[in-house]
Design a protein around this ligand. Structure first.
Ligand code: FES
Ligand code: FES
Length: 160
C-alpha cells in the first residue's frame, strides 16, 4: 500500500508498505531516517520515540498505515535548517555538552521526549524530568548526565 504523510515538514508518499509494517521500520528502512532506533521493538525502551501529530509515541508500536495523513517529526527533524539540518536543536546540543551520550542508542528517543517535556514545562523539577523520561531506558549513562542535559537545556530556555 501507499502511505501519504508529512515527515519533518516534507510531504511524502511511501510505496510498497505492507500491512504489518511499523512506522519505525518505514522511517528507517524506506525513508532513510535511521535516527530513531530499534532496540526492543516492543514499546519497552523508548529508543524509537518520534512525534506523531505533536505527541511523542513509540514508533515501533504504531503501524505505518496509521500515519496516513498525519505529521511525523523524528530526531532528525529537530535540527534547524532544512530537514536533517546541520544546526542542532538546543536539546540536542545540551545532550552533547553534558556528556549524556555514550553508545547513543537511547539518545534520539530521550531527546524527543525531553524536547516535548520542555515544550510543555520549560522549568521542570528533577522529579518531573524523571517522570517524563521514565519510559526511556539507557544502559550506559546511569541517567545522571541525562538529567544534567535536560537541566542545561531548561536553563538555556531550550524551547523559547
Ligand atoms: S524500539 Fe520502540 S520502544 Fe523499544
Ligand atoms: S547511551 Fe547507551 S543506552 Fe543510553
Amino acid at each position: 500500500m501507499r502511505v501519504n504523510l508529512t515527515v519533518n515538514g516534507s510531504a511524502e508518499a511511501v510505496d510498497d508498505v505492507w500491512e504489518g509494517e511499523s512506522l519505525l521500520y518505514m522511517l528507517r528502512e524506506r525513508m532513510g531516517l535511521p535516527g530513531s532506533k530499534n532496540a526492543c521493538e516492543q514499546g519497552e525502551c523508548g529508543s524509537c520515540t518520534v512525534y506523531l501529530d505533536g505527541v511523542p509515541v513509540c514508533a515501533c508500536l504504531v503501524a505505518a498505515g496509521q500515519a496516513e495523513g498525519r505529521a511525523v517529526v523524528t530526531v532528525e527533524g529537530l535540527a534547524e535548517g532544512p530537514p536533517g539540518g546541520e544546526r542542532l536543536d538546543p536539546v540536542q546540543e545540551a545532550f552533547v555538552e553534558a556528556g549524556a551520550v555514550q553508545c547513543g542508542f537511547c539518545t534520539p528517543g530521550l531527546i524527543v521526549q525531553s524536547h516535548d517535556l520542555l515544550a510543555r514545562n520549560p522549568a521542570p523539577s528533577d522529579a518531573e524530568i524523571r517522570e517524563a523520561l521514565a519510559g526511556n531506558l539507557c544502559r550506559c549513562t546511569g541517567y545522571e548526565k541525562i538529567l544534567d542535559a535536560v537541566r542545561l537545556a531548561a536553563r538555556r530556555g531550550a524551547t523559547s
